[in-house]
Design a protein around this ligand. Structure first.
Ligand code: SF4
Length: 360
């Protein structure tokens, strides 16, 4: 069995650790590129959500590397994630691409099924498997901690790109780390290197929260590297969605020691219930960012993403009540870099002017 999975931001590193930890041979899909997207777009229904198309491209590219089994998350609720796997299975079958699919539905709804699938995949004694899962968790926390530091540094570093270069090396070292001690060593050393980077003198940054659908928030190919673009424009990006937080909220019901997402507390009265995907979180996090003094919020969504459309529809009320400007960006395979850059520059300009006015 050679297992692959969707490539989403730095998720590959975490899934690789978990799946190799339970004794599986893993084929990491190549990082998402225009080719990945083109492959997916060619074979998926035009109206499908963008993540479905990119994932399909991941599976086709992983097939070329010998993968024969896909492990992916399913979903329940009002959006289309619940039938992604069925649609993808049919498309791959029509293409003559033989794949076994193991789909994990949310554990709070299908606990026995999740357990049966873990037992089916596990190839090791349980204590070894648990070690692999613990390593995956530690790596997720390490990636997130370092990425937050990079987000803080991007608008402040004297030479654009240095923090990202250090972070890329950190990902390789974390991938190779085989014990808690090594993970801790990498985090300590990389934090030290980041802290030593030269900074611009007297820089005045603005802070922008990023909210939205998880794939568009975490995958740089899909969002055209929006965080780096904002960093280069002098913006410190903050977000609520990180891998470790997603794992904690969705797989461990918020029991691990991390600050959780609590849209049920922050989204009302603008949005009072779960609407699928991350729509509820988008609204709740926007309110949180306004309370924490962010200068603006950017909501990212795949074109036609229903949960984010619902969130988008209440954003004017959130803006009016909290005073925080919100810009929504829908992304699909047609989204161009020049258009996105122009919109970001205009939004950042407006935020800077507002901040200047507020400062007096
Ligand atoms: S959250 Fe949006 S993009 Fe994701 S499956 Fe649901 S509708 Fe599609």
């Amino acid at each position: 069995m050679k297992v692959t999975f969707p490539h989403m931001g730095h998720l590959w590193l975490v899934l690789k650790a978990a799946l190799t930890g339970i004794g599986l041979e893993v084929v990491v899909p190549p990082p998402c590129t225009r080719r990945t997207l083109e492959l997916g777009v060619r074979h998926a229904p035009e109206s499908a959500c963008l993540p479905l198309k990119v994932n399909l491209g991941n599976y086709l590219e992983a097939k070329e590397l010998g993968a024969d089994t896909i492990v992916m998350a399913g979903g329940v609720g009002p959006c289309r994630i619940g039938y992604y796997s069925q649609v993808q299975r049919e498309i791959l079958r029509d293409l003559g691409c033989a794949y076994e699919m193991v789909v994990f539905e949310p554990p709070d709804v299908h606990f026995n099924e999740v357990w049966d699938k873990i037992k089916y995949l596990n190839r090791r004694p349980w204590q070894d498997g648990v070690h692999g899962v613990v390593m995956a968790w530690l790596k997720a926390c390490a990636v997130d901690a370092l990425e937050q530091e990079v987000q803080r540094l991007r608008p402040r570093e004297a030479q654009t790109g240095l923090a990202d270069a250090v972070f890329r090396r950190a990902l390789q070292e974390l991938d190779a780390a085989g014990s808690r001690k090594e993970v801790n060593r990498v985090v300590k050393e990389i934090k030290g290197e980041l802290a030593a980077l030269p900074l611009k003198p007297d820089v005045r940054v603005i802070r922008v929260g990023i909210v939205g659908e998880i794939y568009t928030v975490l995958e740089p190919l899909v969002n055209l590297d929006i965080e780096k673009r904002l960093g280069a424009l002098g913006v410190e990006v903050v977000r609520g969605l990180f891998l470790s937080r997603w794992i904690n909220d969705n797989l461990f019901k918020g029991l691990l020691p991390l600050p959780g997402h609590h849209p049920e507390k922050t989204a009302p009265p603008f949005l009072n219930h779960f609407v699928g995907g991350h729509g509820w979180e988008s609204v709740g996090d926007t309110v949180t960012f306004a309370r924490r003094g962010c200068d603006g919020v950017i909501q990212l969504a795949p074109l036609t993403c229903m949960p984010e459309i619902v969130a988008h529809s209440v954003m004017p009320a959130v803006q009016q009540a909290t005073g925080i400007p919100v810009m929504t960006i829908y992304l699909d395979e047609q989204t161009g870099e020049a258009g996105l850059q122009t919109r970001l520059e205009a939004f950042v300009d407006m935020l800077r002017r507002q901040k200047g006015v507020r400062a007096g």
